[in-house]
Design a protein around this ligand. Structure first.
Ligand code: GCU
Length: 594
């Protein structure tokens, strides 16, 4: 019996702990809280055969008696930067898929009447977290934050934090076994210790009502508060000082009209200082207010139809060959999109870090954000569907106060099936549970040329369940032209707005050659391809936006050509070294004209 208990209990506890981290509601606006950064150099152990958990290396034991020895130590070994992927930090880890243990010590001066939470901006792809020798939580999903309460588990000095990170691809994961970007692993975003009062403002959602130009609704959730606790909402510049009272779930709601509201837009990215307060807590941030809705085949921002001048980028700094994770990284990526003349970014193909999202809003970019439902996902697997639902809820929960976010993307290039439809319906439901103000979109690669009708057409009834339909179409690259671009007419998703969410072709910067030979990988070929696609776009009557694929060359294990690619997807308008190709100037002129 003793053996059984000895074996069963740790398993049960670790399952509970794992469930616990997933269940932890996200604390809103972590950058507006009292935090202690845990970024910096961490000790690391590469655990290729997953021996670390079995050997309990998270106990960080040291030999005591003469007969003691341990075949591991976190001291004086590999050190890895946090945040960062591990692939870009040492040549040996460039292609590594497996487990890496991270560990560090930190002090945590005790603060009476406070609660503490460990916050991870993201760990790719899955992880287990151990504090002072105990497993305290786990998370799956490489692109959304999670928090673990550590109140009462911290020592004033020398807390030992270990993270078992693993990026092995699996068929039931999101994304699954093959995807056209680098499988970066590691603690890829900020880590911090958050301290909040024992009764604190856990979450809030403050937005303009979907169909109103002057009515704001504020939902606030307190943690640890009794029903009847008062909550304050202030927007000083609008002379707003509202109060509300919590119900038995700790939630308080209030709606109110405002006068002289300047609604946010790319041309005027106006944000207001918003203060949320309770008897024990106070948090503030800058929030913008705008309306986004579909009217027939138009996408209307603040009641005015607009054309989306978009571009995509991966969360990657090509010059560093690694994940983007800092504010300065966000400045580099978004400055290049601004130079191109964009008013929108499709954040490919996963939720990107908060620096990018917040700076995009500040600079005046609309955003499309998605979880990586990329081509082949195990749609028939219920656990995968629940996992995807949790990930998209984490994305929407984190960014619901970012008015720049206009679109929640639920899929990229999926094939029609009942299992896929049910899966995507679940994701749409998860988004709408939290936020019914934004537009739901998905990108399809199902448009084909109908020779009989001499038209580009698409047949996927699921588009009726979306607000906006997006199409990835690589005319002149994966698909030779069946007729000249000026005669390429589309009859796709009429009655709904359509976005070209991906188009383009590859070119190696500085490589010049014939403009009509794809295998030249020349800048001239890419430029001619862009010219032809831009001409075709004039024949899409419900076109309301375009998004070239992609702003920068990016790393992909798919791309084998030994001289033209070398492990890079070369569809960038800008090279991996930051040089603009000829097609960039064509696209810039097109955006300047629209
Ligand atoms: C697809 C996919 C992208 C990919 C691109 C390409 O449309 O959505 O993630 O990188 O094609 O083949 O370059």
């Amino acid at each position: 019996m003793k053996t059984l208990t000895k074996f069963i209990m740790p398993l049960v506890l670790s399952l509970l702990a794992a469930a616990d981290a997933g269940a932890q509601e996200l604390i809103a606006n972590v950058y507006g809280r009292q935090t202690q950064s845990l970024n910096g150099k961490w000790d690391a152990i590469v655990d290729l055969y997953d021996q670390g958990r079995k050997n309990k290396i998270y106990l960080d034991r040291k030999p005591e008696g003469k007969t003691d020895f341990y075949e591991y130590s976190f001291d004086n070994g590999l050190r890895l930067d946090v945040p960062s992927d591990w692939n870009c930090q040492t040549p040996e880890l460039k292609y590594y898929e497996g487990t890496v243990w991270y560990a560090r010590r930190f002090d945590a001066p005790q603060q009476a009447g406070q609660r503490q939470f460990l916050h991870f901006g993201a760990v790719s792809y899955r992880c287990r977290v151990y504090l002072n020798g105990e497993e305290i939580g786990a998370h799956e999903g490489g692109f959304t934050p999670f928090q673990i309460e550590v109140t009462g588990r911290l020592k004033p000095e020398g807390n030992f934090l270990a993270v078992e990170a693993n990026n092995t691809r699996t068929p039931d994961a999101i994304p699954a076994m093959a995807f056209d970007w680098w499988n970066y692993g590691g603690i890829t975003r900020d880590v911090m210790l958050i301290s909040v009062p024992d009764t604190f403002i856990e979450d809030y959602f403050i937005r303009l009502d979907k169909d109103s130009a002057d009515r704001i609704t504020a939902d606030v959730k307190l943690s640890g508060a009794a029903a009847g606790t008062s909550v304050g909402i202030e927007i000083p510049e609008l002379n707003v000082r509202e109060t509300a009272v919590t119900d038995d779930k700790g939630t308080a709601s209030v709606s109110f009209r405002v006068k002289k509201l300047e609604r946010w837009s790319p041309a005027n990215p106006k944000r207001y200082r918003v203060i949320v307060s309770s008897d024990r807590d106070r948090v503030e941030e800058r929030i913008g207010f705008r309306n986004i809705r579909v009217e027939g085949e138009d996408i209307c921002l603040n009641g005015t139809p607009l054309f989306l001048k978009s571009v995509s980028f991966h969360e990657e700094i090509p010059q560093r060959m690694g994940r983007a994770f800092s504010e300065s990284d966000a400045v580099m990526l978004l400055s290049e999109a601004r130079a191109l003349g964009c008013n929108m970014i499709r954040l490919a193909h996963y939720p990107q870090n908060e620096y990018i999202v917040r700076l995009a809003e500040q600079m005046g970019f609309l955003l499309w954000e998605e979880i990586p439902i990329w081509q082949g996902i195990d749609f028939a697997n219920g656990q995968t569907r629940e996992k995807a639902g949790r990930m998209i809820r984490e994305m929407v929960t984190r960014d619901k106060n970012r008015c720049a976010l206009a679109f929640w993307g639920v899929a990229n290039e999926t094939q029609p099936s009942e299992a896929r439809n049910a899966f995507l319906r679940h994701l749409i439901g998860c988004c709408r549970e939290i936020d019914d103000t934004r537009l739901i979109v998905a990108a399809f690669d199902l448009v084909r040329f109908d020779r009989q009708r001499q038209l580009f057409v698409m047949n996927d009834p699921f588009i009726e369940e979306l607000d906006v339909v997006a199409v990835n179409k690589y005319m002149g690259w994966y698909h030779p032209w069946p007729l000249t671009p000026d005669k390429a007419v589309w009859d796709v998703a009429r009655g709904k707005p359509l976005i070209i969410s991906e188009f383009g072709g590859e070119a190696l910067y500085g490589q010049h050659g014939p403009a009509d030979v794809a295998s030249s990988w020349s800048e001239e070929y890419q430029e001619a391809l862009y010219r032809d696609n831009l001409r075709m776009f004039e024949n899409i009557p419900n076109l309301r936006g375009v998004s070239p694929w992609i702003l920068f060359d990016f790393r992909s294990p798919f791309r084998f050509h030994p001289t033209n690619q070398e492990g890079w997807n070369r569809k960038g308008l800008v090279s991996d070294q930051g040089y603009r190709k000829k097609a960039w100037y064509l696209m810039k002129a097109y955006y300047d004209k629209h």
